[in-house]
Design a protein around this ligand. Structure first.
Ligand code: EPU
Length: 419
């Protein structure tokens, strides 16, 4: 198990290339199960979550090849039951249910439990499958979906906390091979859903409206192989923007889609950071003093829950009183206790973190609890006095491709130590 040691105080300067999106690549790889023909997916980030997904595909019987960001999957014959040992390591494994149900009319995976960011139910996914005609059985910790045939239906996927990203993906992947028309209302509007739809369209699916609240799918008899490049990772990009705000002079993110980053760019600009962009890059200059912020997380195009922890780290070192309300995963505040160990002044009031900025944080041994919380601790360490030692960094390797090397490329002083 590795740990990361951040030596605080080094200024970030220069440019960094952003990787392909984890949360796009995962369902897109699952979607390759929908055809017997080979699919070629490029710009697949090298992450442990991607490795788990490729292992699941192999275990299901797919031929999987991987070479420098390009993954080829051929799912000529597939099993319909995913191995528990791998599935339990990654909640996103649940997104193999939709394509297997679409193609084989049945699928079994172990039911995901809660995780450190809160309850992670899949009731909306299952409601969608049932509307398409599937029977759902939960037994022995597994969920089995089974349908003699799938028929298009009108389905509302909006839940108590808004829309569901993987639920929308899952229902869309089942519906592309259902008979007739499916309308998904209350669909997630995230760019990753649109990216998946674009891949499915290349495979021969008939989908309109992905990226909006209403997706309309005309079922087709079969899909064929296709090639697709994954979109840039807007959360990795957002994380580097916040790193630049915390410790940067001038930092440019390359190979990004600035349109997907507006919800992060706007509050940073409001706080006083100078941000400019071109078609595929964004530059942040950290001149002068910066203002506190009041933010709330919301589904896209709102401020992303996946950026909440990193923003807490920045606001912990920004003068004035800031507040961030977490509406998507109201319990996602594991980073707060760790930031407080570094001297942050943060008070949790229900699902709102009230953050009173301090001049400096001080380095400390801290524990990574989930992916984005770990990133927040690395970011806090960039400007903290002394050394911040982050344990359990496997969390960060689930979703950030070489974050230490990329930050070091900008001038940070980060070591990875094997223990
Ligand atoms: N929800 C339900 N019922 C469901 C599904 C979701 O009540 O059947 C609730 C969730 O508990 C949550 C809200 O709806 O309160 C939104 O959850 P969503 O289903 O959208 O989350 P997800 O699809 O499981 C994806 C990302 C997460 C990201 C969320 C929200 C992937 C692989 N994961 O999860 O990413 O936080 O959308 O944007 O795409 C991360 O990358 O660190 C990460 C956790």
């Amino acid at each position: 198990m590795d740990k990361i040691i951040v030596h605080g105080g080094a200024a970030l300067n220069g440019s960094v290339r952003i990787s392909g999106s984890k949360n796009s690549a995962l369902p897109i790889l699952a979607a390759t199960l929908l055809t017997k023909e080979p699919c070629v997916i490029s710009r697949v980030p090298d992450l442990s979550d991607i490795h788990y997904m490729l292992t699941i595909l192999s275990e299901l019987g797919c031929e999987v090849e991987r070479a420098s960001g390009i993954v080829t999957v051929k799912a000529e014959k597939v099993l319909t039951e995913a191995p528990y040992d791998i599935v339990r390591k990654m909640r996103a494994s649940v997104c193999i249910l939709g394509p297997l149900l679409g193609r084989e009319k049945e699928a079994t995976v172990s039911l995901p439990g809660g995780c450190v960011i809160g309850d992670r139910p899949i009731d909306l996914h299952l409601r969608g499958f049932e509307a398409l005609g599937a029977a759902v059985r939960v037994q022995g910790g597994n969920v089995k979906v089974l349908a003699p045939e799938l028929k298009g239906a009108t389905i509302n996927l909006r839940g108590k906390f808004g829309s569901t990203v993987l639920g929308t993906d899952n229902v869309m992947m089942a519906a592309v091979l259902a008979e007739g028309t499916t309308v998904i209302d209350g669909a997630a509007e995230e760019p990753e859903v649109e990216d998946l739809a674009n891949f499915l369209i290349k495979m021969g699916a008939r989908i309109e409206g992905a990226g909006t609240r209403r997706i309309i799918i005309e079922g087709v008899k079969e899909l064929h192989g296709a090639e697709h490049e994954v979109i840039p990772d807007r959360i990795e990009a957002g994380t580097f923007l916040v790193a630049a705000a915390i410790a940067g002079k001038e930092v440019t993110l390359k190979r990004v889609d600035p349109a997907h980053l507006q919800a992060v760019i706007e509050p940073l600009a409001h706080a006083g950071y100078e941000i400019s962009n071109g078609k595929d890059y964004v530059t942040l200059k950290a001149n002068g003093s910066h203002k506190s912020l009041t933010l709330e997380t919301l589904p896209y195009p709102g401020f992303p829950t996946d950026m909440q922890a990193q923003m807490c780290a920045l606001l912990a070192m920004t003068n004035g009183v800031s507040a961030i309300t977490e509406n998507v995963f109201p319990q996602r505040f594991m980073h707060v206790a760790e930031l407080k160990r570094m001297g942050a002044n943060i008070e949790l009031q229900g699902a709102t973190a009230v953050i009173t900025g301090v001049d400096r944080l001080s380095g400390a041994p801290v524990m990574a609890s989930d992916l984005r919380a770990s990133a927040a601790l690395v970011l806090a360490g960039l400007k903290a006095d002394g050394m911040t030692e982050i344990n359990r960094v496997y969390h960060i390797d689930r979703g950030y491709e070489s974050i230490d090397d990329k930050l070091n490329g900008l001038g940070a002083q980060i070591e990875r130590v094997k223990i």
